[in-house]
Design a protein around this ligand. Structure first.
Ligand code: HEC
Length: 203
């Protein structure tokens, strides 16, 4: 280290240099000890100036006020078996033979009206188009980077029952992700109607 105003070989200079080195080393040591002594947990428990100020009741209004905590976990989760006020759809999976038979017997409760098809198209464009493409031919923008899914208008997809399609949308299949958490209730059936429309328009 070059000390200011030092002739290169003077002994006083060498002493000053040595003591400067010593001071630096001590500072490093302190820093390392301080870091090692203070865990993340301790750091978080360290009182913040806000905590001290809030001891004065007049200043504590903000601290104890009723604030909306959007990520707070509800203190009382619903009891097991609770169903949404809109009713619950029974769990029926395509990989269980008995449930599959039940699915195959299901009738689409949503009539194929233009409203249903519009809603189906809207959902298809949001959730399905990225992989399956506009007309369900497996050529969506993601398919090239992911896996090209089978055509939704080919013989195989036509043979599926409405209930099967419903469950496939709800739970996914193979590498197709489930959409039941996003597409809910009758919306799943509107999507089924729209899949049938895609099949009918591509005879
Ligand atoms: C991330 C890409 C992706 C998205 C998004 C996606 N799928 Fe799929 N889908 C696939 C893949 C991959 C398969 C093939 C799955 C398999 O091999 O079991 C598939 C299979 C299917 C099949 C069965 C086709 C057949 O011939 O067996 C249907 C029906 C289907 N998807 C409908 C939908 C609908 C409706 C949506 C929107 C809610 C959707 N998919 C969203 C990737 C996707």
């Amino acid at each position: 280290m070059k000390m200011p105003g030092c002739a290169v070989r003077s002994t006083r200079c060498a002493e000053r240099r040595a003591s400067a080195h010593g001071a630096l080393r001590t500072a490093h040591l302190f820093l390392i000890l301080a870091m090692a002594a203070c865990t993340r947990d301790q750091w978080q428990r360290f009182p913040s100036p806000d905590d001290v100020v809030a001891k004065v009741p007049w200043f504590a209004t903000m601290h104890h006020g009723l604030a909306i905590q959007p990520y707070a976990i509800p203190s009382r989760p619903p009891v097991p078996g609770t169903v949404p006020t809109t009713g619950a759809a029974p769990e029926l999976h395509i990989d269980n033979d008995a449930e599959l038979a039940q699915l195959n017997r299901m009738r689409n409760p949503a009539a194929r009206t233009s409203e249903s098809l519009d809603r189906g198209q809207q959902l298809f464009t949001i959730y399905c188009y990225p992989c399956h493409g506009v007309a369900g031919q497996g050529d969506g923008p993601i398919a090239a980077k992911f896996v090209a899914p089978p055509s939704l208008t080919a013989a195989q997809a036509r043979r599926y029952s409405d209930g099967y399609l419903y469950a496939l949308i709800r739970y996914g299949r193979g590498i197709m992700p489930p959409y039941g958490d996003k597409v809910r209730g009758d919306d799943r059936w509107h999507l089924v109607n729209y899949l049938r429309l895609l099949q009918d328009t591509r005879k």
